[in-house]
Structures are given as structure tokens and as C-alpha cells.
Design a protein around this ligand. Structure first.
Ligand code: GDP
Length: 206
């Protein structure tokens, strides 16, 4: 039985005008490519293949919207990875993310996924800055926790917590081993039930 039995893909947006109607509550999932974002979305939402669209070509340039039922959504934000990306792709990503965080009134939280072995890259710091400017609460998943011993995982968790301060919640996560799935669902549900920044943003397309 899925935790979100009504979960379904809704649409992809290549530019802000294609964002879905800005209603209800939405939690965005972001992470560099290969951070384990697709696996995490599948594990948390409970449907295999749900995030398959993030595997399609051009995935660095699309915001994918999924319904969790009712007016609750998650978005799968585009990410890029270790390899250099063309400047045009990087510019498009910047514009798309800036528009998303600046205008999205329904944005209730950001799930930021970081490989526990490589936390707080420039990519991650960009996302944290956008979320901070938008007043958007952040929950961090340190992914692939099975790749480290429990002790080293906890040490990383504490180091990231020290660096980011008390405003950010974070946890260890492994889609492979099932570590932290319940905790992540709880955090997701809390964010979707609260929408603290509603009504404070610019109109889309501004
Ligand atoms: P995405 O590019 O961020 O969507 O990442 P994916 O979910 O496609 O995962 C990238 C790679 O990491 C794949 O080879 C996955 O099998 C692997 N991976 C994802 N989650 C885990 C995990 O919890 N543990 C381990 N060991 N590998 C994982």
C-alpha cells in the first residue's frame, strides 16, 4: 500500500509560464544529478517509476509536477551534476529556479538531497540561498547513507547541522536500505500541512 495512493504525474514545465496553477501546497525536491533524488522520491511517495521523467533527456531543464492527491503536490526540480554543463543550460536553470522560488506562493518547503559523501556543494548552496530568500523551510536528506558506517553518517549529519544552524532540519536517508523513509514522510506531511509564506510573493512571470 502506497503512502500516497493518489500520487500521479501531472506535467513538466520548461519555462515559468508552464508552471501549474499556484494553489494548495507544494514541496520541491532538489538535488544534483546522481544525488539519489529519483530513488528517494520513489521510496518516500511509494510508487516505483513515479520520477522516471527525471531520467529523460533534457532533465536538467524541466520542473516536473506530481500530485499527492487533493491540493498537495511535489515538484522534482532539475539538477545537474559533476560534469560541466553548457553555459546555456546553466543560464536556463538559473532563470527557471529563480522564477520558481521567487514566485511560487504554494511552495511550502524544499527537500534538498545531498549524497552523504559529498554534502554542501555549490549547487546545494545555491538552492539553500534561494530557499532562504523565499522564506521557504528546508529539510535535507543525506542520501545513500548505506555507503557510510553509521558513525561516519552521524558525524556528517552533525557537521552539516553545525554549518547550517538550527533553521534547517536534516536526516540520514537510504532508499536502498529503507533508512529514514518514515522520518522523511513525516517531514513532508508537516510541510504540506503548513504553508507559511503564502501571499508574500510576486506574481508569476514578473
Ligand atoms: P538522481 O539522478 O538524483 O535522480 O539519482 P538516482 O535516484 O537515479 O540514483 C543515482 C544512482 O545512485 C543510481 O545508480 C542509484 O542506484 C544509486 N542510489 C540511489 N539511492 C541510493 C541509496 O540509497 N544507496 C545506494 N547505495 N545507492 C543509491
Amino acid at each position: 500500500m502506497s503512502a500516497y495512493p493518489e500520487a500521479a504525474f501531472l506535467a513538466s514545465a520548461h519555462r515559468p509560464a508552464q508552471f501549474l496553477p499556484d494553489e494548495g501546497a507544494e514541496v520541491a525536491f532538489a538535488g544534483r544529478s546522481n544525488s539519489g533524488k529519483s530513488s528517494a522520491i520513489n521510496a518516500i511517495v511509494g510508487l516505483k517509476g513515479l520520477a522516471r521523467t527525471s531520467k529523460t533527456p533534457g532533465r536538467t531543464q524541466l520542473v516536473n509536477f506530481f500530485s499527492l492527491g487533493g491540493e498537495r503536490r511535489i515538484t522534482d526540480l532539475p539538477g545537474y551534476g559533476y560534469a560541466r554543463v553548457p553555459e546555456s543550460v546553466r543560464r536556463h536553470w538559473d532563470r527557471l529556479m529563480d522564477a520558481y522560488f521567487r514566485t511560487r506562493r504554494s511552495l511550502a518547503g524544499l527537500f534538498l538531497l545531498m549524497d552523504v559523501r559529498h554534502p554542501l556543494t555549490d549547487f546545494d548552496r545555491h538552492l539553500l540561498a534561494w530557499a532562504g530568500a523565499a522564506g521557504c523551510p528546508v529539510h535535507i536528506l543525506l542520501t545513500k547513507a548505506d555507503k557510510l558506517s553509521r558513525g561516519r553518517g552521524i558525524a556528517t549529519l552533525q557537521a552539516v547541522r553545525r554549518e547550517l544552524g538550527p533553521g534547517v532540519s536534516l536526516q540520514l536517508f537510504s532508499a536502498l536500505k529503507g533508512t529514514g523513509i518514515d522520518e522523511a514522510r513525516e517531514a513532508l506531511d508537516v510541510l504540506l500541512g503548513t504553508n507559511v509564506s503564502a501571499g508574500q510573493k510576486e506574481a508569476p512571470g514578473a
